[in-house]
Design a protein around this ligand. Structure first.
Ligand code: WT7
Length: 674
C-alpha cells in the first residue's frame, strides 16, 4: 500500500563518490550556497520542528547536473516536522484558535450552507478526519486520492492526510472516470475520498458515479484495488436545495467498501488523529500535471521545503498582514489551490474565503459580491476569469463595494494588458496592486512576481522580478547565458525550497524533462524576455504543453483521446489564441479511408475527449485533413509550427522555411481545407 516512493529515495540515497570531479564541483557549489542556507534556514526556524535538522548540515544539498550524478535537492533533511501542525496547531497553541480560518461561500448564494470555521474548529475537523483515515488503514507514506469539488472538506482531507504523514493526490473533480482511474493506479492509493456531488452554476454534478466507474476501471485496466471509498455528503443534497434533477437521488453505496464521511469520522478513535512527525524530505503530495509527451506526470513535493516556500511566497507576494481577508478562486484540484488555499494562507494564520461556485453564477457579479460581503483585501484569480467578467461589463463590478481590495493577484497564463488594465482600474479602482505571479506545479510556489513594495513601477503583463531566493536565467539554444536585454529559455540555476523532488515512479523522466537539455539548470518549459530594466516577460511555452483557461493540457494526451475514436487515423493538436480562454484547441484530424468528417464524428470526438480527459479538453476547431495527411519531416516528425500558422490563418501566405517537409504538397491541401 506504500505510496511508490522508491525512485525518490533510491536516487537520493546513492552515496556521493568522494574523488569524482562532480564531488569537487559540489563542494564549490556548497560554498556558493552559504548565503541561501543562512537566509532560508532563518525562515525555516520560524516553524515548529519536532526534531531540528542536524546542526552541522547545510540547509540544502543538491545537484542539478544529471551528467554529474542523480539530480536531487534536499532541504533540512533529518529535521522532523509536520505541515498540518504548523498550519493549525501552532496557531491554536498561540492563542489564535478563535481567529477565523475559512469562510465557506456555497455555489448558491443564499442556500444556508455558508459557514465559517475558526482555527480551533478546523483543527477539530482535521483531527477527526485524520483519525478516520487512520481507521481506514492509512499510514505514513501511503497514498490518499481525493476526487472532490472545492469546499471546506477538500482542504480538510489534504491536511488530515498530511497530519498522519500520508501523501495526498488530489484529482480535480472535473476530470473523467478514466483520468481518475489512471491516477488512482499510479498513486497506489487504496483509499479514495469523494463526494456525492456538487452544485456548479445552475447544474448538479454527480461525482460518486464517476468515482465508482473509476474504481472499476482501475481494477479492470490496471489491476489496482481501492479498498475504502469515503463519501462526503454534500449538504445541498441533504437539504434538497440548489441543484438539478439528479440532486437528492440516492447514492448507491457498496457494502464493505463505501463509507459515508460523517459516519467514518464519528466512528474513528480520536487517538488516530494525532500528528505523525515526518522527515522534511518525506513526500507531502503528488499532483498530476500534463507534460508535452506521454501520460500525465506525478509531480512530487516534500514536506519541509514546500512548507517554507508556500508560507513565504504567500506572505510576501500578497503583502499579507494579520487581519487581512484573502480570497483565491482556484480549486485545490490544481497546484494554485494546494499552495495558495490549503497551505500558504493557513501557515500564515490567515482568514480566507473558500468558494464552491463559479464567477459567473448567478451572474457575473458573484466575485464582487463575495469581495463586498467579506471585505476581501487580497484577491487571487486567473486571467481567463477576468476576461470573461470584463466582457460581462463594468456594471457588475460597480454594483458592489470592492474598496477593501489592496492586492489583486493573477496566475495561470500571461495576462494580456487589456485584462490587466481592467483588473487594475475597474476592479481595483486604481488603488490596488496587481501581482502577476508566474510559477508552475513543479516549482510549488511563486517564481516571478512583482512583490508589492513601494517604488516598483508595475508593467501590465509582466511577471517582472524573481521571488526570494530564485535565480532565474535565460539560456540560448546552445545553453549559453543570455545577459542583459534579450530572449531565451527560462531556467533556474539554483535550488529553491519548494522545487519538485521527482516524478512519481520515474526519476529518470524528471531528469530528462527538466535537467537533461541544459545540465545544471532547471528548465521551466517557458520562454521569456528580459527588458532594459531587467524585468522578465513570459513569452509562452517552448514545448507542446497547451494552456486553456489556465489549465495545462498535453498535446499527446489530447491526440491520444482523439485517435481513440473509431474512424480517426491520426490527429495533431495545436493551441491558437482565444479571447477568453487564452489558448483554444485546434485539432487536425486525419480520417480512415472511406470515413467522412461529419457532425456525428465531431460529436464522437467531443465525447471521446470528455471520457478520456474531462470537459476541460474541448476542441474549439476541428480541421478534417484530406488524403495527403499531416505535414511531416522525412523522419516522420509532425511540423507543428506549420500547423500553428495554418490554424491562425495561414501566416499571410508566408509559412517560412518549409524545406524539411517530406511532401510539400500537403500544405496546399491543408490551406485549402482550413
Ligand atoms: C504553466 C504552469 C502555477 C499556477 C497555475 C498553472 C503558465 C502560469 C503564468 C503567468 C505567464 C504563466 C506557464 C507555466 N503560467 N502562470 N503569471 N504568466 N505564464 O500551473 O498548470 O503547472 O502551469 O502555466 O506556461 O509553465 P501549471
Amino acid at each position: 500500500m506504500a505510496f511508490a516512493s522508491p525512485p525518490l529515495s533510491a536516487a537520493l540515497r546513492r552515496p556521493p563518490s568522494v574523488l569524482s570531479s562532480a564531488a569537487c564541483r559540489r563542494r564549490a557549489a556548497a560554498a556558493a550556497d552559504a548565503p541561501a542556507n543562512a537566509f532560508w534556514s532563518a525562515i525555516a526556524r520560524k516553524f515548529h520542528w519536532e526534531t531540528p535538522w542536524p546542526a552541522d548540515a547545510p540547509a540544502v544539498a543538491w545537484n542539478f547536473d544529471p551528467t554529474a550524478g542523480p539530480v536531487y535537492a534536499h532541504w533540512w533533511k533529518g529535521g522532523r516536522t509536520n505541515i498540518c501542525y504548523n498550519a493549525l496547531d501552532v496557531h491554536v497553541a498561540a492563542g489564535r484558535g478563535a481567529d477565523v480560518a475559512l469562510l465557506f461561500e456555497p455555489n448558491e448564494p443564499a442556500d444556508g450552507r455558508a459557514r465559517s470555521l475558526t482555527y480551533a474548529e478546523l483543527l477539530e475537523e482535521v483531527t477527526a478526519a485524520a483519525a478516520a483515515l487512520t481507521a481506514a488503514g492509512v499510514r505514513r507514506g501511503d497514498g490518499v486520492v481525493t476526487y472532490m469539488p472545492m469546499g471546506v472538506e477538500l482542504p480538510v482531507v489534504m491536511l488530515a492526510a498530511a497530519r498522519i504523514g500520508a501523501v495526498h493526490s488530489v484529482v480535480f473533480g472535473g476530470f473523467s472516470a478514466a483520468a481518475l482511474a489512471a491516477r488512482l493506479a499510479a498513486s497506489g492509493a487504496e483509499v479514495l475520498v469523494t463526494t456525492d456531488g456538487v452544485g456548479r452554476g445552475g447544474k448538479w454534478v454527480g461525482l460518486k458515479a464517476a468515482a465508482d466507474e473509476a474504481i472499476a476501471l482501475a481494477a479492470a485496466d490496471y489491476g489496482h484495488t481501492v479498498v475504502t471509498q469515503l463519501v462526503v455528503r454534500n449538504r445541498s443534497a441533504a437539504d434538497g436545495r440548489g441543484g438539478g434533477a439528479e440532486e437528492g437521488a440516492a447514492v448507491p453505496m457498496v457494502a464493505g467498501r463505501d463509507v459515508w464521511w460523517d459516519d467514518a469520522l464519528a466512528a474513528a478513535p480520536r487517538a488516530g488523529g494525532e500528528v505523525v512527525w515526518v522527515d522534511a524530505e518525506d513526500p507531502l503530495f503528488c499532483l498530476f500535471t500534463s507534460g508535452s509527451t506521454g501520460a500525465p506526470k506525478g509531480v512530487v513535493h516534500t514536506v519541509g521545503g514546500y512548507m517554507v516556500g508556500a508560507a513565504t511566497t504567500f506572505k510576501y507576494s500578497f503583502n499579507y498582514m494579520p487581519g487581512d481577508v484573502y480570497f483565491c478562486t482556484a480549486d485545490a484540484g490544481w497546484i494554485t489551490g494546494h499552495t495558495y488555499v490549503t497551505y500558504g494562507p493557513l501557515l500564515n494564520g490567515a482568514t480566507q474565503v473558500v468558494f464552491e461556485g463559479v464567477p459567473t453564477y448567478p451572474d457575473a457579479g458573484r466575485l464582487w459580491e463575495i469581495v463586498a460581503k467579506y471585505r476581501v483585501n487580497i484577491l487571487y484569480t486567473a486571467p481567463t476569469a477576468l476576461r470573461s467578467l470584463k466582457r460581462a461589463g463594468d456594471a457588475f463590478v460597480a454594483a458592489h463595494d470592492t474598496s477593501s481590495l489592496k492586492v489583486l493577484g493573477t496566475v495561470g497564463e500571461p495576462i494580456n494588458p487589456e485584462a490587466w488594465d481592467w483588473y487594475y482600474s475597474v476592479v481595483g479602482a486604481s488603488a490596488a496592486t496587481v501581482v502577476d505571479s508566474y510559477w508552475q506545479t513543479e516549482t510549488g510556489a511563486h517564481v516571478l512576481a512583482p512583490i508589492p513594495v513601494a517604488g516598483l513601477d508595475l508593467k501590465p503583463g509582466c511577471a517582472q522580478l524573481p521571488h526570494l531566493g530564485i535565480v532565474p536565467v535565460l539560456l540560448d539554444d546552445a545553453g549559453g547565458l543570455v545577459e542583459g536585454e534579450g530572449e531565451g529559455y527560462l531556467a533556474i540555476s539554483r535550488p529553491w525550497p519548494s522545487a519538485l523532488r521527482t516524478l512519481l515512479g520515474d526519476h529518470e523522466r524528471m531528469e530528462a524533462t527538466y535537467f537533461a537539455r541544459f545540465p545544471g539548470f532547471y528548465l521551466t518549459g517557458d520562454g521569456a524576455r528580459r527588458d532594459a530594466d531587467g524585468h522578465l516577460w513570459l513569452t509562452g511555452r517552448i514545448d507542446d504543453v497547451l494552456n486553456v483557461s489556465g489549465h495545462r493540457l498535453g498535446t499527446a494526451e489530447v491526440e491520444a483521446a482523439i485517435v481513440g475514436v473509431p474512424g480517426v487515423a491520426e490527429a495533431a493538436v495545436v493551441g491558437v489564441p482565444h479571447p477568453v480562454t487564452g489558448e483554444a484547441l485546434y485539432a487536425y484530424v486525419v480520417l480512415m479511408p472511406g470515413v467522412e468528417g461529419n457532425d456525428a464524428l465531431r460529436a464522437a470526438i467531443t465525447a471521446g475527449l470528455r471520457a478520456r480527459i474531462g470537459p476541460i479538453a474541448r476542441v474549439e476547431t476541428l480541421h478534417w485533413v484530406g488524403g495527403r495527411g499531416l505535414p511531416k519531416t522525412r523522419s516522420g516528425k509532425i511540423l507543428r509550427r506549420l500547423l500553428r500558422l495554418i490554424a491562425m490563418g495561414g501566416g499571410g501566405g508566408d509559412l517560412g522555411d518549409t524545406s524539411t517537409l517530406a511532401d510539400p504538397s500537403v500544405l496546399d491541401e491543408l490551406l485549402q481545407t482550413s
